[in-house]
Design a protein around this ligand. Structure first.
Ligand code: HEM
Length: 341
């Protein structure tokens, strides 16, 4: 008789689990989808590294070569680009599912790891966007990093640290490249493993109390089946988008020519909209930090109750749900206003 050695797969997939945990209609597989997209981004990103040139003179041209000259380079680049946009969406929806179903109850530390993953996902998308080094991305970088200068006292020192000198140039691109392909990815990979590990440590995916009896439990193959369906759907959407719509690429950046009206990447458009009506430090630094802090403390300050775990729109979690939805709707409305300009 063979005995199965314990491993990470079995840790995440116990022999039996409550039926509801394994149902697509509860988690929508969104955590797993975020993980799958992270893996796809890793593979396509490593392949792009063989041709990408991280210099201001060569970056945009090398991206053009990947797109038009390398065999299936267009597909590779489009999958990396769309994978990044889909990951931001999947992580945000996963977070919404967790809040609205009381999934953070009894799992507050994992909520904080999740918050760190949200920040890392946005930073990965932004650093990747800059690597294109075309006119749009480089000017957005100049404007975005100028916000750091607005921090009182330590602003100028932080600015030099981020861009690697007195002005945006070769050192900046190299720094963003290193953070994108190594620094941020490594930290995100470690946190994703920890986050997944904690799901089981916290008693598995949230379920209604009291925990269901043996009759409502299913085998691990049910969970694997749900994961496979979610993975297949994600890949179909990702490949479909990548075949249908090309990732953007403009002319190589010329930092001496400032664009009249530049647009931030879509996931930071809400900050750009705030900047139109408030001073840079308030709108570009304090407001985003306040939003992150507010979301981080939701399970600590607004809903410390275990009751309602695993229940959509549970009563004890109403205040937390209200604050989360207010933040989400404001961000979506500002983003839409930015897109429609
Ligand atoms: C790279 C990003 C992320 C990945 C790969 C990821 C992955 C996962 C996975 C695989 C699960 C279990 C299945 C599921 O609930 O769908 C999970 C659960 C969870 N995640 Fe995430 N997650 C990410 C981001 C976040 C964010 C941004 C938050 C919130 C701030 C968060 C908070 C949680 C919590 C509290 C649970 C337990 C939920 C429950 O038991 O119902 N995660 N995550």
């Amino acid at each position: 008789m063979t005995t199965k050695r314990p491993n990470f797969f079995y840790h995440l997939h116990p022999p039996t689990l409550p039926a509801r945990e394994s149902r697509f209609g509860y988690t929508f597989g969104l955590g797993g989808i975020s993980l799958l997209l992270f893996l796809v981004l890793g593979v396509t990103g490593v392949l792009e590294m063989f041709l990408y040139v991280p210099t201001p003179a060569g970056a945009a041209e090398s991206v053009r070569q990947i797109t038009y000259l390398a065999p299936f380079g267009w597909l590779l680049r489009n999958m990396h680009y769309w994978g990044g946009q889909m990951m931001v969406g999947a992580v945000a929806l996963h977070m919404a599912r967790v809040v609205l179903s009381g999934g953070y109850k009894g799992r507050r530390f994992n909520w904080l790891i999740g918050m760190a993953l949200l920040v890392l996902t946005l930073l990965l998308d932004f650093t990747g966007y800059v690597l294109r080094w075309d006119q749009d991305t480089a000017i957005a970088l100049v404007t975005g990093t100028n916000l750091i200068n607005a921090v009182p006292g330590i602003g100028p020192m932080l600015y030099r640290l981020v861009i690697g000198g007195a002005a945006v140039g070769q050192a900046t691109l190299l720094r963003f490249y290193a953070w994108h392909v190594l620094g941020l990815v490594s930290v995100a990979a470690v946190l994703i493993v920890w986050h997944s590990f904690r799901v089981r440590r916290d008693g598995g995916i949230s379920h209604r109390e009291p925990a269901p009896g043996p009759a409502s439990r299913v085998g691990r193959e049910q969970l694997v089946k749900t994961e496979l369906v979610a993975a297949l759907l994600t890949l179909v959407v990702l490949v479909g988008l990548s075949v249908a719509v090309d990732a953007p690429l403009g002319p190589a950046a010329d930092l001496t020519v400032l664009a009249a009206e530049l647009r931030a990447p879509w996931f930071f458009l809400w900050i750009q909209e705030l900047l139109r009506s408030a001073p840079p430090f308030l709108a570009g630094v304090l407001a985003p930090l306040a939003v992150l802090l507010l979301l981080s403390v939701l399970p600590y300050a607004l809903d410390r109750e275990q009751a309602g775990v695993g229940e959509w729109f549970n009563r004890p979690g109403r205040a937390a749900q209200g604050v989360f939805l207010a933040v989400l709707i404001t961000v979506i409305a500002l983003t839409a206003r930015g897109l429609l300009r």
